[in-house]
Design a binder for this molecule. Structure first.
Ligand code: TYD
Length: 216
């Protein structure tokens, strides 16, 4: 019975990396790939993905909110996450759908835990309330160091939001945070080299996905 339950559950896939790591392109590739296999896919982004989450997103990314305390920031990301789990992720997975999320708990570990220096333990404690049992089955860390990511963002000519406007040291700490996470959760988090064409990057993601799908 237990096994049946596990088998009927959908796959939960997350993408992580510094701002400018090219997540969107890869998420779209993966979504198409899984749909072609006949899987039902729900695409989400964090913070956001629900009305409440999108409102929280505005507060978090608003450059006017310069004086936001690191604790407030951590709690707001966790609040947006709690709402997303409650209203979309839990029911999606329970009904057997595949959920792909652009950022999830590891962003909080990297940005708030390491970038803001709150530590993994505090972020983990708070986020356990938000996430409950819904941890990702697999996480793709698109590996691009902070300086290269910054150059890519400049190349695109985007206006930086509150987090993106942080100094380089912050983004370097975030990158170091992601590297620590790969060592902490080697089974779940797969490091993806992004110094290749988008198609070649996706070949690596696809290989991990096929392995996971074959093992289920
Ligand atoms: P977004 O524009 O979605 O960034 P990207 O396109 O790079 O994914 O903005 C989300 C920003 O919020 C991004 O700078 C990372 C940051 N963030 C955190 O600091 N903590 C978190 O838990 C999450 C989910 C995002």
């Amino acid at each position: 019975m237990m096994e049946m339950d596990t088998l009927s559950k959908g796959l939960f896939i997350t993408f992580e990396g510094n701002d400018g790591s090219g997540k969107t392109t890869q998420i779209n590739f993966l979504s198409e790939y899984l749909k072609q296999k006949g899987m039902e896919v729900i695409l989400l982004r964090e913070p956001g993905g629900t009305n409440i989450g999108e409102s929280i997103r505005k507060i978090l990314l608003d450059k006017e909110n310069k004086d936001m305390s690191p604790i407030t920031e951590m709690l707001l990301y966790a609040a947006s996450r709690a709402q997303l789990v409650h209203s979309v992720i839990a029911s999606g997975l329970e009904s057997g759908k595949t959920v792909i999320c652009d950022r999830f708990i590891d962003s909080s570990f990297a940005y708030q835990g390491m970038g803001r220096g709150l530590g993994i333990k505090t972020v983990s404690t708070v986020n356990n309330f938000a996430v409950g049992k819904y941890m990702p089955d697999i996480t793709f860390f698109l590996d691009v160091d902070a300086d290269t990511a910054m150059e890519r963002r400049h190349g695109r000519g985007e206006t930086p939001d509150r987090i993106e406007s942080e100094k380089m040291e912050f983004h370097r700490n975030v990158y170091e945070g992601y590297n620590n996470l790969v060592s902490l959760f080697p089974e779940r988090i797969k490091r993806i080299n992004t110094r290749k064409s988008p198609e070649e990057v996706f070949d690596d993601i696809k290989a991990y996905m096929d392995e996971l799908l074959n093992s289920r």
